[in-house]
Write a protein that binds this ligand. Sequence first.
Ligand code: C2O
Ligand code: CU
Ligand code: CU
Length: 517
Amino acid sequence: MTRRMTRRGFLGTAATVAGVAAAGWVGGAHLLAPGRPELFLPSELPLPPRFRSPLPIPRVLDPVRRAADADYYEITQRIAELEIIPGYRTPAWTYDGSFPGPTIVSRSGRRTVVRHRNELPRPTVVHLHGGHTPADSDGYPMDVTVPAGHERSTAHSGHTGFRSVAHGHRDYSYPNSQRAATLWYHDHGHGATGYMVWHGLAGFHLVHDEEEDALGLPGGEHDIPLMITDRSFAVDGSFRYPLADPQLHTHGVTETYMNGVLGDVILVNGAPWPVARVEATRYRFRLLNASNARRYRLELDPPPPGGAALVQIGSDGGLLARPLPRDRIDAAPAERFDIVVDFARYRPGTRVRLVNRLGSGPTGEIMCFEISGPVRDSPPLPVRLSSDPSLDPRRAVTTRDFHFQLRPDHGWTINGRPYEAGQILARPRLGTTEIWRLVSDFRHPVHIHLDPFVVLARNNRAPGPFDSGWKDTIDMNPAEAVEIAVRFTDHPGTYMLHCHNLEHEDMSMMADLVTEE
Ligand code: C2O
Ligand code: CU
Ligand code: CU
């Protein structure tokens, strides 16, 4: 381990991380035994009634300035007291005072610059998930912004592991040279991402383009982002999260939860089991599973006559080639599914629940829709959505293997190694196609930064039903070998590859990859 990367007394050392993970291994293995009911972190307050809170829609952020070639935004990261559970105050870590943070709307090919001011009590890192972003704006975990006025304490505790330190604020510059897609931004602090995101640091960033404009998809009030998260609350209304060390000197959570923290309150756009009044017409929903570790199997109950309630039109990386009618959607952490639901297929007055078939009791329900009349016909979906070509695996120049494993000595690892900044696991050449073989022990939602990929096979068979289109996160089942085709285009530099179960990520299932010209 390099001294340079060690930060004692702040986020802890890699040695401590390995220690925590090793201690947790025996218990962890026990928790992962097949057939064991899911272990969740129970809330200490009475759960609120379901389907009472109105669905919040995150506000769209206005630029502070528009220039000829770029739009400029400002976001202040700060603690805000939110009323999430009616009658309780929750101190949340927010982007600009809300959870989710404000939505940023960009045009493909037009630059967006976001100045993030840090007024939180800790260093922060912002990552645009799904962004085709130059390395210095990608939110590498060692590129931190320390809160203004904290420079001294930072220096005093000897935090020497950072690659770049901004004081008070940092400008993140996104060229948006990518297709229309549902992206999201969230904190990526080294070893603390689970804690930071759980406390509220996540928001949407949407990219639009002309190909999408030409399709006449439901827009405006009929295009709604839905951020689904599970959380637990302490008796005073604060978020409950089982940090291994409340001072955050060591990474991750207590051994009981090392396989991921699951809450018992489902929030959509920050409200518990909300209700949305909708018209009897078509809606586009941008589903984002922003949960730390929970997977969902989403269905509408009752389904509309004839089934196929959820028509998938997009994946992590943007529009699919054609719409795919589905009865359900399985969503792992960080995955996005753009879907169209036609509420005109229901009788006005119907109440339709969005349910989670992988949950039970409170976690078996997500939100509900109350359909009001009159029925409004809307244009049918086009048969073809996008002509964006896929990757041809026959052109691959390299094959690489990545093993995602729990190791008794090191915790959650990739190719046997816990994360160490600066240790490079792969050096793909820009512009070339490669085959990556990902092999799992347990469930891992594996995410790759910079460019989306295409799923070729699962266990030598066809890809799964939810692998269609361009992906940046793949929901790996236990003991599975997945083949994907990756191609990084422009932007040389250091990027990340990691499990997006945020507790696995924090407890070191992450690696650096360096793109080279
Ligand atoms: Cu959504 Cu590297 O993360
Ligand atoms: Cu990402
Ligand atoms: Cu994992």
